[in-house]
Design a protein around this ligand. Sequence first.
Ligand code: URA
Length: 431
Amino acid sequence: MNAVDIIIKKRDGLALTKDEIEFMINGYTLGEIPDYQMSAFLMATYFRNMTDEETYHLTMAMLNSGKVIDLSRIKGFKVDKHSTGGVGDKTSLVLAPLVASLGIKFAKMSGRGLGHTGGTLDKLEAIRGFNISMDIEDFIDQVEHINIAIIGQTEEIDKADKKMYALRDVTGTVPSIPLIASSIMSKKLAAGSDAIILDVKVGSGAFMSNLADALKLATLMKNIGTKANKKMTCVLTNMDEPLGYAVGNSLEVIEAINTLNGRGPKDLTELCLTLGSYLLIDAGLVKSEIEGRTLLLEQIKNGQAIAKFVELVAAQGGNVDYIYHPELFDLGEEVELKASESGYISHIDSYVVGHASMLLGAGRETLDSEIDYSVGVVLNKKVGEYVNAGETLATIYHNGKNKDEAYRILESAYRYSKEPVDVKLILDVVR
Ligand code: URA
């Protein structure tokens, strides 16, 4: 067996065997197959696709390229959540403490933001002192004791995905259904939970721009997880506007704190209640979505959800004063973006908002770019709302970097309509 023959076979549109896929993944992880051959393999896969069976073998080969975490010593039901990546997506910061406050074990390994999308780790690090590196034993201990831990992926887990994702990022091979499915599911299976909930974003700020592709991706991931004995839920959600109002690290943490205190944006709150209620059903705590939502809302009202977030921040070395007093977060200078015309807002391009925020310094252009936690964008109006020309559409928080360019770009994110427009957040659920 050799890499060239496998690349040629995929290039010609033929299905690969389990052994051939393992040969490529193991060889690449060990450094025996060079980047240029893996790049060709990824590009051939991008154009020729994979069967569901190939994608399953690819996922398993990637999973087995590193350590698989054993959470079995934690008593209770263990859950994990992943988003395919969006703009303003601070869902994990709300969902994790919310369900953990009900005794469900939330053991999460998160990623950093890249390009126009943000990452949970960067948001958490906006809280002074918050430590996202922990060894696995301490991670398990923390989940056991306080039901929740959120850390960065350790080096030993899914070694293949680390190398492959970095290579996909620079070879134009990220938006491929089998490559995204195997990348996400290999990491999630390695993390060892009982149930996995996936938020599959659809729209301008997402890898999947249309519902049909997103459904294919969701069904594929659900089938891979089910085959590995996990309780799987994929919720397809709208990314044709940012989630909530805030985009940018400190701004998003503030919005998450407000949401845990019952004062969050409607869409973010709705998403957390939807995802949370499925996890509660999986854990056997409730029988229906309605029952789940009622229980979760009660945890917000009685202060247990925010109390769990405080516990998480304290356990990981963060300064909890920031959670009690969000006004402590440093924010950049404010500039208001005004509406150029009157009408119903029909579209706020998430990709463009994320890009503007990245230019201000909230995100990374390359993996080693420095982040400015204090900058970003806060929308004043969401899709469906009426705006008069000259009214404030959004506030830009900046420290001088690319301010004018970000303003211009942000302005181009808006579309208007004379007629009222409908907005739908939850597009479909695959369970
Ligand atoms: N998120 C991942 O972890 N992998 C992908 O390929 C895309 C989104």
